[in-house]
Design a protein around this ligand. Structure first.
Ligand code: GTP
Ligand code: MG
Length: 569
């Protein structure tokens, strides 16, 4: 509805009105607004409210299929670009960003716009080289009339990266309460609407390659792109969904029928490897913008890893990974139950990242997915609970929600409004502190974390950290974590809990110092101080050998000194 309004108005509006319209439409509702609410509420109503995960993803996917990605000269005139492109069809949305050059993401009102633009697009003529004649939706804008070389750029460029950690710490230090800091951290780091649109567009561009072999396939993003916990700069996990291709083989009509002749191979895994191998080859050979393609086909979960240069995304393409898709839906659902969930997950993920407790490189450390599980489990255990258990989500499901994947019951309710919990009004500050306390003393040596039941249960196997896979009960999602890494996590939780409880990071927010630049800055306190390296040093988790623990008063003194040191942010 909103889209069609935009379309019909487009031709009537002047360019100035048009640009204002685009800017208003694309201003993210939460970013940078901050909030002073002491108790968080579920996410505020916006155009996505009330939609299920599947509907929302499907809408985004469909919009991406009507979009193109255009490299523009650096001082492009937005007005001229839009005027030029609108000759090919009405435009619903457009935004610009700076990556490897300036790019525009342009969403047409329908696919005719893309057909018309393709008709008018030529292949480049290159001297001394040859070009692969693959006509994708990644285009270059050329020619006179788009470049304003003499004037400043009039483009509003949307950032696609998170701010440097020192800038973030400064921003948090200026907030007035820990609750506000946690909201500010979340709104600063979360994916913007534009970034999500760009991610779906990249999936759609990759689909055009995979579609050359499997025209009915779909490429869906999963993981932090869609689970509500994505930070700007996180990787793009893509799932090559062949279900609509293979689904038709299940129909067995009586009487005469025909079936496809197919190659037979040893196992599903072999099929996945073959499919990914050929799509990986297509990406490497034909897909503009896809570089550094690696086929990692012998991994437990075979994948093709590559960089998508125009967007700057590090991409992991998998196939036959439907449970991970369902886990993303589960986390998304939980992220929508209560705003505090996202605030805590963003904080815990950021805290773990800055202190080297987790890393994007695979290794014996806890992953972001497992950290989210720790937060979910902790919130299920509050009194009254802030999050439902997985069994409760299954019991609320309607028959249409029934989902079994490889013999595992993955059923969860899709209608968020069915989740009704007794009101819990604990402030985020309390929750953060008690999260750290909870995991400082959790009996990891004996007990497993089970979000299906919302209870700790005896570990079924020897593993330093045991977190039951939500949908595959026999599996431990953190089996990669070794004892040393778990010890670091616990030490850091202990130190952070202690600092929050004893006021070691509660420097009054009114305390300001004048930096060498002469600009007044608030000294890091609260959440900002918990992100400083000194916390990890005090917890003894940086070096190989544990630092001898000083008396608490000494530790606070040295921490406060480090916070107030000029030049240290
Ligand atoms: P980022 O670190 O921001 O990329 O978070 P992420 O949630 O996207 O994690 P990652 O890219 O490592 O994994 C993508 C998705 O795969 C996760 O969201 C999960 O759905 C799933 N996943 C990752 N690790 C595991 C695991 O150990 N077990 C299971 N069952 N699923 C996993
Ligand atoms: Mg990811």
């Amino acid at each position: 509805m909103a889209a069609s309004m935009g379309v019909s108005r487009f031709h009537k509006w002047s360019n100035g009105q048009l640009l204002k319209y685009f800017r208003r439409k694309l201003t993210p509702s939460l970013r940078g607004t901050g909030t002073s609410a002491a108790v968080c509420q579920p996410r505020p109503d916006h155009e996505d409210a009330g939609k299920t995960f599947v509907v929302l993803q499907e809408e985004r996917r469909e919009r991406a299929e009507r979009s193109v990605l255009i490299s523009c000269p650096s001082k492009t005139s937005e007005k001229k670009v839009l005027k030029f492109l609108s000759k090919h069809g009405a435009i619903n949305n457009c935004f610009f960003y700076d990556g490897y050059g300036t790019y525009a993401v342009v969403e047409f009102a329908n696919r005719d716009g893309i057909h018309s633009l393709h008709e008018a697009t030529s292949l480049p003529s290159v001297l001394h080289e040859a070009s692969v004649p693959f006509k994708s939706r990644l285009l270059n804008l050329k020619g006179n009339g788009v470049d304003q070389s003499n004037g400043p750029t009039s483009l509003k460029l949307h950032t696609q990266t998170s701010p440097p950690i020192n800038d973030l710490i400064q921003r948090l230090a200026a907030e007035e309460s820990i609750d506000q800091q946690l909201h500010s951290l979340t709104s600063t780091l979360e994916l913007t609407n534009e970034n999500v649109a760009l991610r779906f567009l990249v999936c759609s561009l990759i689909k055009d390659i995979a579609g050359a072999f499997f025209p009915e396939c779909t490429i869906r993003p999963f993981g932090s792109t869609v689970n509500g916990f994505g930070k700007l700069g996180c990787d793009l996990d893509l799932f090559l969904d062949l279900d609509s291709v293979s689904g038709s083989s299940t129909k067995r009509p009586s009487g005469l029928s025909v079936e496809y002749q197919v190659k037979r191979v040893a196992s599903e895994r072999t099929v996945t490897q073959s499919v990914l191998s050929v799509v990986g080859e297509g990406l490497e050979q034909f897909a503009p913008g896809c570089v550094g393609v690696q086929k990692i086909l012998n991994a437990r979960c075979p994948l093709v890893r590559f960089s998508h240069q125009p967007s700057g995304f590090q991409c992991d393409l998998t196939a036959n990974n439907r449970v991970a898709m369902k886990s993303s839906e589960l986390l998304w659902l939980l992220s929508r139950v209560d705003e505090r969930v996202r605030c805590l997950v963003f904080m815990v993920r950021s805290w773990a990242r800055v202190h080297g407790i987790t890393s994007s490189i695979p290794g014996p450390w806890i992953t972001n997915f497992s950290l989210s599980m720790l937060v979910v489990f902790f919130l299920q255990g509050r009194s009254p609970p802030i999050l439902p258990t997985l069994d409760q989500l299954r019991d609320l499901a309607s028959p249409a929600d029934k989902c079994v994947i490889e013999g595992n019951d993955c059923t969860i309710v899709s209608d968020l409004t069915k989740i009704q919990l007794e009101q819990n009004t604990e402030p985020l500050e309390t929750l953060l502190q008690e999260f750290f306390e909870f995991y400082s003393t959790f009996p990891f040596n004996r007990m497993s974390i089970n979000i299906r039941k919302g209870k700790q249960v005896h570990k079924p196997e020897a593993a330093a950290l045991h977190i039951q896979n939500p949908f595959e009960a026999g599996q431990n999602v953190s089996k990669n974590v070794n004892a040393a890494q778990l010890e670091r996590l616990v030490a850091l939780c202990r130190e952070s809990a202690w600092l929050l409880a004893h006021g070691g990071v509660s420097v009054p927010p009114s305390t300001v110092r004048v930096a060498s630049s002469g600009v007044a800055k608030a000294a890091p306190w609260g959440v900002a101080a918990l992100l400083l390296p000194s916390v990890a040093e005090a917890a003894g988790v940086k070096g190989r050998r544990k630092k001898k623990r000083e008396p608490a008063s000494e530790r606070i003194k040295s921490l406060l000194q480090s916070l107030n040191k000029p030049g240290k942010k």
